[in-house]
Design a protein around this ligand. Structure first.
Ligand code: IPE
Ligand code: IPE
Ligand code: MG
Length: 245
């Protein structure tokens, strides 16, 4: 971790409300790199580095579940060098970070499809899930080769394969067949780099999430930025279709 002494020592007033489950669309790595005259992959590397400090801040602020969008089912369509670079980065991040994440009590989960993922990386992912499965401090749900539509397709296939009678299909049942089965829906979804779209992220689970978009690129999204998003969340009135309370 890069020395962020000033950040660590800074006092943050207690938050009004802390979301249990936060989703983050970690976007803007490419633009961050371009603005510095660097290759896109340098932006992805900076993005991985940033994840360490955001994770630490999330634990400190009391977030229990963090779902991060790392690679979408659509991202396979990027140039081969970028896709390979991203797969390599994922592998290196697991090698390097797993011991510390485990020590800090982070339970790593994966959501998405593992079918197209190269065998060696797949084994590393499965190993990380296995090693950390009993940890309780924070659930880090990594959306990797994830797509919200693919997730619903996979759920429907399994519902049909299980022979579930049509009258038993309801929202709760569908939720139990999603990759996020057993986890509460996200309360807050943050997107960095200013884009106001979902890009296929948690489209079912995010039905009543609060959305927060910041123009800051992901590599620059630090503890202060996370705090600002949480303060903003605290001011929102969640109505779930009912009348103001
Ligand atoms: C997000 O950054 C990371 C991934 C999609 C893997 P981008 O690579 O999308 O960065 P921009 O949007 O091009 O700036
Ligand atoms: C969403 O970002 C996917 C991830 C952050 C992993 P993209 O950059 O792929 O999304 P679009 O193309 O801007 O919608
Ligand atoms: Mg992008």
């Amino acid at each position: 971790m890069s020395p962020q002494t000033d950040e660590r020592e800074k006092e943050y007033p207690p938050l009004e409300k802390v979301p249990v489950h936060v989703g983050i669309i970690m976007d803007g790595n490419g633009r961050w790199a371009r603005e510095r005259g660097l290759p896109r992959l340098a932006g992805h590397r900076a993005g991985v580095e940033n994840l360490r400090r955001v994770l630490r801040a999330a634990v400190e602020f009391g977030i229990k579940i963090l779902t991060i969008y790392a690679f979408s089912t659509e991202n396979w369509g990027r140039p081969k060098e970028e896709v390979e670079g991203l797969l390599n980065l994922m592998e290196r991040a697991i090698d390097r970070e797993l011991p510390e994440l485990h020590r800090e009590g982070v339970q790593i989960r994966h959501i998405g499809r593992l079918d197209r993922v190269p065998e060696r990386l797949k084994q590393k992912i499965l190993h990380a899930l296995n090693v950390t499965r009993e940890n309780q401090r924070l659930i880090l749900n990594v959306a990797f080769n994830y797509g919200g539509r693919a997730e619903i397709v996979d759920a429907v296939r399994r519902i049909v394969a299980d022979g579930v009678p049509p009258e038993q299909v309801n929202e709760a049942l569908i939720s139990r067949y999603l990759y996020t089965a057993g986890l509460p829906d996200p309360d807050l979804i943050i997107r960095t780099s200013g884009e106001m779209r979902l890009s296929n992220f948690l489209i079912w689970q995010g039905a009543y999430a609060e959305y927060y978009v910041t123009p800051t690129y992901w590599p620059d999204f630090d503890k202060d930025e996370l705090y600002k998003a949480l303060v903003d969340f605290g001011r929102r009135e969640r109505r779930f279709g009912l009348l103001p309370g």
